[in-house]
Design a binder for this molecule. Structure first.
Ligand code: GLN
Length: 485
């Protein structure tokens, strides 16, 4: 096994016995990025020099015996996380030259433990998209098939793992942006409960939905990463002050007595046959592991996409108002008045999808339409939340597909935004409900593309979905499959 292809826990074991150093592991990743990223385009910025310095510092820390599970591990971050002194673009032209003066809390916590930053990863512009095609820095390609999209918006975060460029990454998930690319690239992606992880220093898209989470090669790594980034942060008032359990404690195979819900609204006729058979096989595997299945209903599922595209765009229109050319980011040259400067800056700086969302959101919030759209969407959101709470009265976890199809072709859905929006139908309800979910590898399509399954948990029930995910992983080989680049 190559150094760049290890999991966090495997690499940790080798660092601990000093079989290899962090500098060696970091160099291996950097060389792999060099060799593959022209084709994949997972990185917007590679921080080779500072990575090697951080790795050397980690090696001295290891030599002093001050080692943590994450010390010396080469990681990469979606370019939505602020990194002090390192350009952070959110894949937008408007922030193409923006260098933040401080670090996101989640990255700060990993850094404190001695993790090494390889660079910043590509994504859809401002995390708006499902394919990583709306980046101002060019589309990211799926390492399993370079003609396909890696998923989005955290497409670079998933592709970097599948292309064996980084050991693990962080992404963000507002409507599926961790889980859907994880599914399309054959890795593990965990979206924690709203409030579980601080969003301080994460560029805001839709603040009532955004959440930070890990993308990894296996379930144990996801548990390790979540444990490192979770917990209250006084700098994010939405982060919840409740104890962080040891997420690795429940990693054991048995699922006797665990009740798994199958929502009838998710097993629909339009489901791709490869996805359907992966789900059927997963259900059989879980049954063999001792889980019990319960048919459930989440009756308001049909309204989730519409509801999301009102709430997310409304919040985005407000969050993105700050990019006006005044304090930071791109500023249009030669504007004759302040109003013209605002207009030109935003016209030049934002891409088509971002403009579309700002317009939808502004419309939904405008007087006369506010009650009919925004307030109505908030009420529907409550109903969707109640659907989940009711379902969780009779089940421990919910099992669904992550996406209705495996990764689609680059360019296939760019002309029709609605088709793109509909590809998030199974992930969006979880964000509206504010609860946690993860995607783990569970199959392969006839064309050889990975297919993930989604485990949805109760609010703050991350340990339960991690346990269910781990049991499945132990019983199957899907997570061992590799993209051939
Ligand atoms: N694809 C969804 C959107 O475009 C979700 C994106 C995300 O989770 N950031 O909004």
């Amino acid at each position: 096994m190559e150094l760049f292809d290890l999991t966090i826990h495997e690499l940790h074991a080798k660092l601990k016995t000093k079989e290899i150093s962090s500098v060696e592991a970091t160099k291996a990743c950097l060389q792999r990025i060099e060799a593959t990223d022209e084709r994949v385009n997972a990185f917007i910025t590679v921080t080779a020099d500072s990575a090697l310095q951080a790795a050397a510092a980690a090696d001295s820390r290891i030599a002093r015996g001050e080692m943590d599970l994450l010390t010396g591990i080469p990681l990469a971050l979606k370019d939505i996380f602020l990194t002090k002194g390192i350009r952070t673009t959110c894949a937008s032209k408007i922030l193409a030259d923006f260098t933040p003066p401080y670090d996101a809390t989640s990255w700060g916590r990993l850094q404190q433990r001695g993790a090494v930053l390889l660079g910043k990863l590509n994504q859809d512009e401002f995390a708006m998209g499902s394919s990583c095609e709306s980046s101002a820095f060019g589309a990211t390609r799926n390492p399993w098939n370079l003609e396909c999209i890696p998923g989005g918006s955290s497409g670079g975060s998933a592709a970097a793992i599948a292309a064996q460029q980084a050991i693990a990454t962080l992404g963000t998930d507002t409507g599926g942006s961790i889980r859907q690319p994880a599914s399309h690239c054959g890795c593990v992606g965990l979206k924690p409960t709203y409030g579980r992880v601080s969003r301080y220093g994460v560029i805001a898209y839709a603040s009532s939905l955004d959440q930070v989470g890990p993308m990894t090669r296996d379930v144990r790594d996801a548990a390790i990463m979540l444990g490192a980034i979770a917990g209250h942060d006084p700098l994010d008032s939405t982060s919840v002050d409740c104890a962080v359990p040891d997420y690795t404690a429940g990693l054991q195979g048995d699922l006797k007595g665990v009740k798994i819900g199958l929502p009838k609204e998710y097993y629909i006729d339009g489901l791709d046959p490869d996805v359907k058979s992966a789900m059927d096989r997963a259900i059989a595997t879980y049954r063999a592991l001792g889980a019990e299945f319960v048919d459930i209903s989440l009756p308001n599922t049909d309204y989730a996409v519409a509801c999301y595209y009102l709430i997310a765009t409304a919040e985005a229109s407000s969050n993105l108002a700050r990019y006006d050319g005044v304090r930071f980011g791109h500023r249009a040259a030669d504007a004759k008045s302040l109003a013209e400067m605002y207009r030109q800056t935003r016209a030049e700086g934002f891409g088509t999808e971002v403009k579309r969302r700002i317009m939808i959101g502004t419309y939904a919030l405008s007087s006369g339409y506010y009650d009919a759209y925004y307030i109505k969407a908030q009420k529907v959101r409550t109903l969707i939340m109640q659907d989940f709470l009711k379902a969780f009265e009779s089940v421990d976890v919910i099992l669904t597909p992550v996406a209705p199809t495996p990764a689609f072709k680059v360019g296939e859905k760019t002309a029709d935004p609605l088709q793109m929006y509909l590809s998030d139908i199974f992930t969006i309800p979880v964000n509206l409900a504010g609860t946690c979910a993860m995607s783990i590898p569970a199959g392969s399509s006839a064309a050889g593309l990975p297919i993930g399954l989604q485990l949805i948990g109760k609010p703050f029930g991350e340990a339960e979905i991690i346990r269910a995910a781990y049991a499945f992983e132990q019983a199957t080989e899907w997570h061992r499959q590799k993209a051939q680049l």
